[in-house]
Design a protein around this ligand. Structure first.
Ligand SMILES: Nc1ncnc2c1ncn2[C@@H]1O[C@H](COP(=O)(O)OP(=O)(O)O)[C@@H](O)[C@H]1O
Ligand SMILES: [Mg+2]
Length: 303
C-alpha cells in the first residue's frame, strides 16, 4: 500500500462508525486471535490491576515542524504506574508525541505544540513552569545510550547535585547506590564507580542512563526505543528492568519491536501518520485490534 493509499484509507476509516469498521467475521477473528497470541506472548495474566489515577493527560495535541503537521490532534490519558507502549510505522510521530510529554520539543527551533498536556492535572505548557524541574519529574531515556563524559558515579550524581537533592556527601552516595541498584547495575559497577561511564558496554550504558534518570526521583519515565541499539541479552535485561520499575513509575515507551511492546506494556497505542488510531490493553491490540490499520500493522502488512 502506498502512503497515499494509507492516508486515504485512514481518512475513510475515521468517517465511518465503529460497526462499519468491522473487517472480519467473528470466526475469522477468533482464528486470528489464536495466531496473534502465539506470535506475541503478552504477559497479561501477570499484570497488575489498572490504576485509574490519570498521571498525564494530552488533549487535542498538535505538533508542527514549520508548516508540516507531525501530530494531528491527539487525545490520550496515561495512568499512574502503567507501562504504555507507542507503536507504529517510522515517521508517524511517536517520538514527537513522546517529547511533548516533557517539553523536549522546546529544544527544536521549528517545532510548535498546541493543545493541552497536564501532569497531575497541572498544565506543563504553563509559561511559568520550571522546565528543568519538569524534565526531572518526567525523565527521558533515548535510543542511543548517552552517558556524560564523566565517571559512573558522577553520571548518576549529576542530577541530584543540580537539583540539590542530597544533604551531604553520604546522602549523595546513597542516592547513587540506590539508583544503580534500581537500574540493576550496582553489582556490575560498584568496584569501578570512578571509571568513565562511556567505558561500559552498550547495555550497561543504557542502564546507567536509566539510573541517571531515576536518581532525580522522577514520576514518569519516557523511553524512546531504549533497546534498539542493544543486543538481545542487554535488551532482555532492560525489559526486565522496565517491568520492575513499573511498580513505582509511570512509563511510556516507544518501540519498533511489537514483541517488546507485548512483553513489557499494559496498554498499547498505535500511531499512524500523526494520528493516534487506537489505544487499548496490549493483549487486545495484539489479538483483536479495533482498527483495520492496527491489524494491518501488527500482521506485518505494512510498517
Ligand atoms: N526535528 C525535526 N524537524 C523537522 N521534522 C521532524 C523533526 N523530527 C521529526 N520530524 C518529522 O515529524 C514526523 C514524525 O517523526 P517522528 O516523531 O520522529 O516519528 P517516529 O518516532 O514515529 O518515527 C516525520 O515526518 C519526521 O520527518
Ligand atoms: Mg522515533
Amino acid at each position: 500500500m502506498s502512503t497515499i493509499e494509507i492516508t486515504n484509507s485512514l481518512e475513510k476509516d475515521k468517517s465511518v462508525n465503529q460497526d462499519q469498521t468491522q473487517f472480519t467475521s467473528d470466526t475469522e477473528r477468533k482464528q486470528q486471535s489464536t495466531s496473534f497470541v502465539s506470535q506475541f506472548e503478552t504477559n497479561a495474566s501477570e499484570k497488575k490491576e489498572q490504576n485509574s489515577t490519570v498521571k498525564i493527560s494530552a488533549e487535542d495535541v498538535h505538533v508542527y515542524y514549520g508548516d508540516a503537521e507531525a501530530i494531528k490532534g491527539i487525545d490520550l490519558k496515561v495512568y499512574e504506574n502503567e507501562v504504555i507502549a507507542f507503536i507504529g510505522p517510522s515517521g508517524c510521530g511517536k517520538s514527537t508525541f513522546l517529547r511533548t510529554l516533557n517539553r523536549m520539543n522546546d529544544t527544536i527551533d521549528s517545532c510548535r505544540v498546541t493543545g493541552k498536556v497536564t501532569l497531575d492535572n497541572q498544565d506543563i505548557y504553563d509559561p511559568n513552569l520550571d522546565v528543568v524541574l519538569l524534565r526531572a519529574q518526567v525523565g527521558m531515556v533515548f535510543q542511543k545510550p548517552n552517558p556524560f563524559p564523566k565517571s559512573i558515579f558522577d553520571n548518576v550524581a549529576y542530577g541530584p547535585k543540580l537539583h540539590g537533592l542530597a544533604r551531604d556527601k553520604y546522602d549523595l552516595e546513597e542516592i547513587v547506590e540506590n539508583s544503580l541498584r534500581k537500574a540493576g547495575l550496582w553489582d556490575e559497577v560498584k568496584d569501578r564507580l570512578n571509571q568513565p561511564g562511556t567505558g561500559l558496554s552498550g547495555g550497561q550504558q543504557q542502564r546507567l542512563c536509566i539510573a541517571r534518570t531515576i536518581a532525580v526521583s522522577p514520576e514518569v519515565i519516557l523511553m524512546d526505543e531504549p533497546c534498539s541499539a542493544l543486543d538481545p541479552i542487554a535488551t532482555a535485561k532492560v525489559e526486565e528492568l522496565i517491568s520492575e520499575l513499573s511498580t513505582q513509575y509511570t512509563i511510556a515507551i516507544v518501540t519498533h519491536s511489537m514483541q517488546q511492546a507485548a512483553r513489557v506494556s499494559d496498554r498499547t497505542a498505535y500511531f499512524h501518520l500523526g494520528d493516534l488510531i487506537e489505544v487499548n490493553s496490549t493483549e487486545k491490540v495484539f489479538t483483536q485490534p479495533d482498527h483495520q490499520l492496527t491489524e494491518a500493522y501488527i500482521t506485518g502488512r505494512f510498517g
